[in-house]
Design a protein around this ligand. Structure first.
Ligand SMILES: [Zn+2]
Ligand SMILES: [Zn+2]
Length: 355
């Protein structure tokens, strides 16, 4: 088994060869077919997040991310073997040779939050590719078959990103589900933003006004069906948003998450509106606190999504024939290059490693 591991935060990934593990207990052994390189892998690789206001960065080491670690939380694999304790009931519709998406956002598995199906919110996270080894490898073990979602014919390379960027966007849209009949505002026209536009359409939404500071990305958003776009750096960005929405803005999804986007997102909301922050760009917020109660604004964070939402998302992709987001397949051996390219903004579409 070959894997590419972070051995030092910020250092080059190291290629590690070891014996391919045999699945024990309820584990399932997969042959990796695709592993998406996600922007949050950069944060793991760099070891933390910028919290703004000159605060010490949020360190992943302090949060229990130990090294060496095989990253990769957007993984599709072919089932090679089940552990001895996997029952027929556990396997459900999964058989040897099936190709499945790995749900990576695991918790402890036994607390009330996990038992309620919100493992992504568990206080003892065990996310694959973050706290446990993930998909930057040619093989991978998953603790239980229930975390494997049979792709049933979906393409492995374009389906891999549904495990993170897909379910992240889907879960954020669900948080404003009651406002989707009105135009919503989306900050960020990168991969997540384009994914949000196609999911929004599939969910029957009215559409979105997309804010991005990059003209090429705004053009991409318009091509992907945005109702309108706004340059976030324009001095009249707020007025443009309000006029292009043609009515009160009830919902904002901030896929960037920096001081400017969260401020503009907050300012454009009408009374009772909701700002959902998804992006982890970093920094601090300077909202005028009295406006939060006066406008009765809800500010909600959204972190990935749960297993149920991931299942719903794959069903939606299949039934609504959602077009895949652009991907750049790269050989696994180029894992390090893929990260550097992502860090330097050189990637077109999402890099997906294929062993
Ligand atoms: Zn991710
Ligand atoms: Zn738990």
């Amino acid at each position: 088994m070959k894997s590419f591991k972070v051995v030092d935060f910020n250092g080059p990934l190291q290629e590690v060869d070891q014996e391919t593990p045999q699945p024990s207990g309820t584990q399932v052994l997969l042959k990796v077919k695709a592993a998406g390189v996600c922007h949050s892998d950069l944060h793991i690789w760099e070891g933390g997040y910028d919290l703004g206001h000159g605060r010490k960065p949020l360190s992943l080491r302090d949060r229990g991310v130990s090294l060496p670690r095989t990253m990769g939380h957007e993984t599709v694999g072919e089932v090679l073997a089940f552990g001895p304790d996997v029952t027929a009931e556990d396997k459900d519709d999964l058989a040897i040779g099936d190709v499945a998406l790995v749900y990576p956002w695991l918790g402890c598995g036994h607390c009330a939050i996990c038992l309620a199906g919100d493992e992504n919110m568990c206080l003892q996270p065990n996310s694959l590719g973050v706290y446990c080894d993930g998909g930057y490898a040619d093989h991978m073990t998953v603790p239980n078959p229930k975390y494997l979602l049979n792709l049933r014919g979906l393409d492995p390379v374009t389906a891999a990103p549904y495990a993170c960027s897909g379910v992240t966007t889907y879960s954020a849209l669900k948080k404003v589900a009651s406002d989707l009949h009105t135009p919503i505002v989306i900050f960020g026209a990168g991969g997540l933003g384009l994914m949000a536009l196609s999911l929004l359409r599939a969910m029957g939404g009215k559409g979105a006004i997309v804010v991005d500071i990059d003209a090429r990305k705004r053009a991409a958003a318009e091509q992907a069906g945005a109702l309108a776009t706004v340059d976030g750096t324009a001095p009249d960005a707020l007025e443009q948003l309000v006029s292009k929405a043609g009515g009160p803005i009830r919902a904002v999804i901030d896929l960037v998450g920096n001081a400017k986007t969260s401020q503009l997102g907050f300012d454009c909301l009408t009374k009772g509106g909701k700002l959902v922050i998804v992006g982890l760009f970093g920094g601090g917020a300077t909202w005028a606190l009295p406006l939060i109660p006066i406008k009765a604004i809800t500010i909600q964070g959204s972190y990935v999504g749960n297993l149920r939402e991931t299942r719903e998302l794959l069903d939606l992709v299949r039934t609504a024939h959602i077009a895949p987001i652009p991907v750049t397949p790269m050989p696994l051996a180029k894992a390090n290059q893929a990260l550097v390219d992502l860090q330097q903004g050189r990637l077109v579409g999402r890099a997906v490693l294929t062993p």
